[in-house]
Ligand binder design. Structure first.
Ligand SMILES: [Zn+2]
Length: 625
């Protein structure tokens, strides 16, 4: 009999350790990266870490209302890898507009175009084997006549044109004379240490993966057009009138909103130089992409904010918008607040760029130094602005692979929009908006067995993409703060950002850095939130009364390691709340006992997850009969 008991006991222990695994599943490519020492299991970049980069010299001509955008560029691509590259992969993202292209969702007829036409493609001065029908999808592999050796570079000269889409999404035509240009130039795909060439197809859903490059961007437009773009304007005196330059200088030092160009100024042709064509020259270094907006009637405001209080460095905040976009009247001030807050609180890293421009569109989308946002009145509009500006840190400061691991940027931006909101508004407004936008849509559809793990590559998902990119990871980061406390959380986050700034972190680099810096294995937590099919559903299975008080058996049906409050209503009418951090699930993720040592008689016990909304609240209550 005693032997039987021992066997039973051991098998229980075995099951238990299986349940709370202390290791993380690793994809073959990350394990391989550890072997090659390009990454390390402490979460630091490995001693052999490398990444490639390029210098882009781009000139484009845009002559609205003509829809044709024509461009010419030189790309100098540097191979820092230890590999000899026999081919090069070029991305033509705007081919996503072609009929027959793989699409994430349905598109309007006006969204369709003929895509990018390559007119010339020279590699090291020689005609490449780029043929007219190549580039049907959004990427194309080109053989290199001369292999690109480690440490060497290759020069490509490309001429191209494309028709801008009538239906503006993340880019396109907003009206006859207002265009937003993004993804408009042929670019080299990322070649990295874990997957080689990124041959993922762009389908309009999951976002991008880019190297950090230097850009010289020249945009030629008719005289009365203003151009806003990623980077610093290098030739203001060639394209702007003197008074405008003076106002820009003032805005760069001012907390107040300065009107750079009013509608009257534009109508009176008092803004740009009167030459037939003006070429606007922008320069940006160490950025993953460039975008631009242009218009002949968008109003222009600017100001600036301190983004580094130790050096006093300011970043400019610009807004470009139509006369009817009333929410944009506050944009410069909202943007200033966001730039300052994110720089000094969370993530607490100074805004990495000299400026930010909010351009009125309908994308609600981020680009380095630019956001393209709808004009939305009130706290929800400001929430969207905060979200898009937060992307300056995740993914742009961090260089994550958004195509594959969208939770590494969208999850953070979603969490940051809540945290910044708590600093300025009535707590309830932001709180309710977060529940409405970030929790409710997901939890109302969550079903046992119906969830896909967050770690699943984003570009493999359809309906679950948004939940896995935004909703679930955002809650996971909030649960993480609750678990380790704000100070330790910030210490770990800053170390992760310091280690991987300007590089290409993978999820394991993030998980293992937090383990390393916190000095504890959080693998059980990562497993619960990122590697499981879990969702949120707690219940009170039973309550046992004894002389010592009450034992509340809390069952975790959904499985996520969530924090929750036990709200106790006593017979005498008083109410007490006991908070449980996610640590309660570390030893047993299925059921825990919360002991309430009170001598007072309890009338009702309720589990309340607050933001961690429960899929079924009906079984969260126990009442004494
Ligand atoms: Zn986002």
């Amino acid at each position: 009999m005693s032997r039987l008991v021992a066997v039973f006991f051991i098998s229980m222990v075995f099951c238990f350790s299986e349940l709370r695994s202390q290791t993380l599943n690793e994809t073959k490519d990350i394990t391989e990266a550890y072997r090659k020492a390009t990454r390390s299991s402490s979460g630091k970049p490995g001693e052999r870490y490398w990444q490639n980069s390029a210098v882009y010299d781009i000139s484009i001509t845009v002559l609205p209302p003509s829809r044709t955008i024509s461009g010419s560029e030189t790309i100098t691509y540097q191979n820092n890898s230890p590999d000899t590259l026999k081919s090069i992969v070029i991305k033509l993202i705007l081919n996503e507009h072609k009929a027959g292209a793989a699409g994430f969702g349905g598109v309007d007829k006006d969204y369709l175009t003929t895509g990018i036409e390559i007119e010339k493609f020279l590699i090291d001065g020689k005609k490449s084997r780029w043929m007219k029908n190549m580039g049907k999808g959004t990427w194309q592999e080109l053989p290199l006549a001369k292999p690109l050796l480690p440490g060497a570079n290759v020069k490509m000269e490309i001429d191209w044109n494309y028709p801008i889409s009538l239906k503006a999404g993340r880019e396109g035509m907003l009206d006859q004379t207002t265009f937003f240009l993004a993804y408009f130039y042929p670019r080299v795909a990322v070649y990295d240490d874990y997957a080689g060439w990124d041959k993922s197809e762009f389908n309009g859903g999951p976002e991008f993966y880019s190297d950090f490059n230097d850009y010289n961007l020249k945009i030629s437009v008719p005289a009365n057009y203003v151009v806003w773009a990623t980077g610093v304007l290098k030739n203001p005196e060639q394209v702007l009138q003197t008074g405008v330059i003076d106002r820009l200088k003032l805005a760069a030092e001012s907390d107040s909103t300065i009107s750079i160009a009013s509608l009257e100024d534009l109508k009176g042709q008092k803004i740009t130089k009167p030459s037939k064509i003006n070429t606007w020259h922008f320069e940006a270094s160490n950025v993953p992409d460039v975008a631009a907006g242009l218009s002949d009637h968008y109003i222009w405001d600017a100001s600036s904010a301190v983004v580094d209080s130790t050096t006093g460095r300011r970043a400019e905040m610009h807004a470009a918008y139509s006369d009817t976009a009333s929410a944009y009247r506050e944009m410069v001030q909202d943007g200033r607040y966001a730039l300052n807050w994110f720089s000094h609180h969370l993530p607490g890293v100074p805004y990495p760029y000299p400026k930010m421009t909010a351009f009125e569109g309908n994308a609600d989308m981020e680009y380095p130094m630019m956001i393209n946002d709808t004009s939305i009145e009130g706290p929800n509009g400001r929430r969207v602005t905060n979200h898009e500006i937060a992307h300056s840190w995740f993914p742009f400061y961090m260089g994550t692979n958004e195509t594959r691991y969208a939770f590494m940027d969208e999850g953070w931006a979603s969490t940051l929009e809540l945290l910044i909101g708590r600093s300025y508004a009535e707590r309830e407004v932001i709180h309710d908006l977060y529940k409405l936008k970030r929790v409710k849509p997901w939890i109302e559809s969550a079903r046992p067995g119906g969830e896909v793990p967050i770690i699943t590559p984003s570009n493999e998902l359809t309906a679950g993409y948004r939940f896995n990119a935004y909703n679930k990871p955002s809650l996971a980061y909030l649960a993480l703060i609750d678990l380790v406390g704000e100070n330790l959380f910030k210490k770990c986050l800053l170390e992760y950002m310091g280690r991987w700034h300007g590089k290409h972190p993978m999820p394991w680099d993030f998980f293992y850095t937090f383990n390393d810096v916190s000095g504890r294995s959080l693998n059980w937590f990562w497993n619960s939130w990122f590697f499981s099919r879990n969702y949120i559903d707690l219940s009170v299975r039973k309550v046992e009364k004894s002389d010592d008080g009450y034992a509340v058996y809390v069952r975790n049906t959904g499985g996520f390691a969530v924090p929750f409050d036990v709200v106790i209503s006593y017979e005498d009418g008083t109410i007490e709340s006991v908070h449980q951090t996610p640590a309660i699930w570390e030893q047993n993720g299925e059921e825990v006992i919360v002991n309430l040592g009170s001598r007072k008689s309890i009338r009702e016990i309720k589990l309340d997850g607050d933001l961690f909304m429960d899929a079924n609240v009906n079984d969260n209550i126990w009442m004494d009969k």
